[in-house]
Every structure is written in C-alpha cells, then in structure tokens.
Design a protein around this ligand. Structure first.
Ligand SMILES: Nc1ncnc2c1ncn2[C@@H]1O[C@H](COP(=O)(O)OP(=O)(O)OP(=O)(O)O)[C@@H](O)[C@H]1O
Ligand SMILES: [Mg+2]
Length: 309
C-alpha cells in the first residue's frame, strides 16, 4: 500500500442543491470555425480524473460549450474510446467515429458534429473493440490530426476515460493542460492521486489543474484541493492548481436526462454559473509552454512510458 492510503480516510460529504432557471432555446449550430476571435494556437486540455463517474464528461461538455458561447472555436474530443458518451450527453447521432478516420475511411473534418452554440464534437465509437485497443501510434495519429486542422480550434477539450490506461495517459501527456475533476469521495482522491503519480513519473507532467465537482460551496472545494495537494506535495514533484468548482446541482442532472448541456438549457442555474466562472479562469491561463508541433514530437518520443523514471 502506498501514500494514497492516507487519502482513504478523508470524510465524504455530498448533498443535492436544486436551482430553478428559465430554459432558452437552442441556437443554430454551424460546422464552420468561428472567426470572432483572432486565431491563436490550439490549446488542448485533457479532462481526466482517474475515477469513473466524477463528472469528466459533464465538465468537458459544459466547459466546452461555455467557451464556445464566449466566442471561442471549441471542439470536444470524446476520448473514452469504445465507451463514448459525449454524443449521448448532447443528444447527437454520429454515423462515423475516430476509428473510421484511423482506418483512412474519412478525414477528421468529416467526423465533426455540430452541437448548440457552435460547439463541435468528435465522437468516439461505442461498443467498438477496435477503439478500446488503440496503440500508441494511433493515439498519436489522433492528436496529430487536430494539429493538422486548418484553422485549428482555439480549445480542444479531450474527455478521457476512467482509469489509468495507456490511452488516458497518452492523451493527458499530449495535451497542454491536464484538468483533474475530483469530487469529495475517498476513491476520487485516491484515483486522482494514482493518475497524478503515473503522469508525473512516466510522462513528466508536472502541473495539474483541479476542478472540484459536486461540492456544496467554495470552502468545500478548497478543502478538497488542500487534501489532494498536501499528499502530492509530500510525495510527488507536482503542482496542483485550484481552477474552480461546480456545485452538486439537480438541474445539471435534469439537463443530462434531457440530453442537453445545462449551460444551454438553464444558463442561470448554479452549475451553469459555475461553468461560466470556470471558463473565465481557463481563458486567463497563460499561453501553453509547448506548441502543437512540440507536443507531437514529445508524443512520438514517448510512445511508451519512460522506463525507470
Ligand atoms: N455537478 C453535478 N451535479 C449533479 N450531478 C452531477 C454533477 N456532475 C456530474 N453529475 C452526475 O454524475 C454523473 C456522471 O457524470 P459523468 O458522466 O460526467 O462522469 P464521468 O467522470 O465522465 O464518468 P465516466 O468515467 O463513466 O466516463 C452524471 O450523469 C450526473 O448524473
Ligand atoms: Mg465520461
């Protein structure tokens, strides 16, 4: 048993908070990139968490749509290969997925699905074993395809799978930022710690941006951040930055049941306002240290985890 053991003793507190709000209509979506903001390099953000069900896909979709509502050109890549659900969250019906692109049957552009407010989604297949078994070269090809897009999106949000698979590690390592979604449950903290450990040890990822999900208030979110960063400070050479928090919100659950993003359906709900704050924080991040091309070089050079680190 390693240091993560200590995290298992943190208390668990979860509670629901309801919030009524008006329901606006959908905006027509376009698959053309937005031209509202000056072009800049694509910032790839891997949304990860280790544990299943902590809200990775929810954060990726709602943060992505909020950034898109603010005028950015945003894509969400469903990287939960073989168990995709970004399309389900948004009520989309993909006819092709990443596997078709990797097999040369179509280009990345052909996969793009339009969602409300100009958000574009790249679907992963569901139930396709081929996708669950992608090799490192194929992961690199997926990332490279985004760097080859002209023009690239401002933001690429990568919704990763649960667990510590090579797929999760590679998408996280290839991204400019790793956003860790954590909730106040011992298993969420231990799994996040395990993911941080693997990414820092084997892929030299040193900075993680933490988002507390399903918490009551900012104080609880910051406590969660302290719990995680205290253990990481002790045993790993990483920085865990507090990026924001999303409350436990019944409206968000209802929106999911309706296959809509809460930021689209109830933009005044507590969770939608939290996503607005989160998007504001993300948009203030300084430029990524690595360019897209560097990222590919990095990826190519580390097709398998660094041995002996
Ligand atoms: N802030 C929130 N308030 C209320 N419910 C939430 C919130 N965030 C997530 N949920 C609930 O948690 C469920 C799981 O969320 P989500 O699918 O985003 O998790 P995930 O981490 O992507 O899971 P997986 O690892 O299986 O892909 C949602 O269907 C929703 O019911
Ligand atoms: Mg998910």
């Amino acid at each position: 048993m390693d240091q993560a053991w200590g995290l298992k003793h943190f208390p668990m507190t979860l509670a629901g908070i309801g919030e009524p709000a008006p329901a606006p209509g959908h905006q027509a979506s376009s698959l053309l990139p937005k031209a509202a903001l000056p072009s800049r390099p694509c910032r790839a953000i891997a949304v990860a968490g280790g544990k299943g069900g902590v809200g990775k896909s929810t954060v990726a979709v709602n943060l992505g749509m909020t950034l898109s509502m603010a005028g950015h050109d945003v894509m969400v890549l469903d990287a939960d290969m073989g168990l995709a659900n970004v399309d389900v969250l948004l009520g989309l019906a993909p006819s092709r997925h990443i596997g078709h692109m990797l097999d040369g049957q179509c280009a990345l552009e052909d996969l793009l699905l339009g969602a409300p407010h100009g958000l574009r989604v790249v679907p992963a297949g569901s139930g396709a074993r081929r996708l669950a078994q992608l090799g490192s070269g194929e992961h690199a090809a997926v990332i490279r395809a985004f760097d080859d897009l002209a023009p690239p999106p401002h933001y690429l949000l990568i919704d990763t799978a649960a667990g510590l698979s090579d797929s999760v590690a590679m998408f996280a390592a290839a991204a400019d930022d790793v956003m860790l979604v954590v909730c106040d449950e011992p298993a969420s903290l231990t799994d996040a710690y395990a993911l941080i450990k693997v990414l820092s040890r084997d892929f030299a990822v040193r900075r993680f941006r933490m988002v507390a999900n399903m918490v009551h208030n900012q104080g609880e979110a910051q406590q969660l951040h302290q719990k995680l960063s205290r253990v990481c400070d002790r045993f790993l050479e990483v920085v865990i930055e507090f990026t924001g928090w999303v409350p436990q919100d019944e409206r968000l659950r209802q929106a999911i049941r309706r296959q809509r993003a809460v930021v689209d359906l109830w933009p005044s709900s507590r969770s939608a306002l939290a996503f607005k704050q989160l998007a504001g924080a993300v948009d203030k991040w300084t430029e990524p240290e690595r360019s897209g091309l560097d990222r590919i070089a990095f990826f190519g050079g580390r097709a398998t985890p660094a041995a002996g680190c």
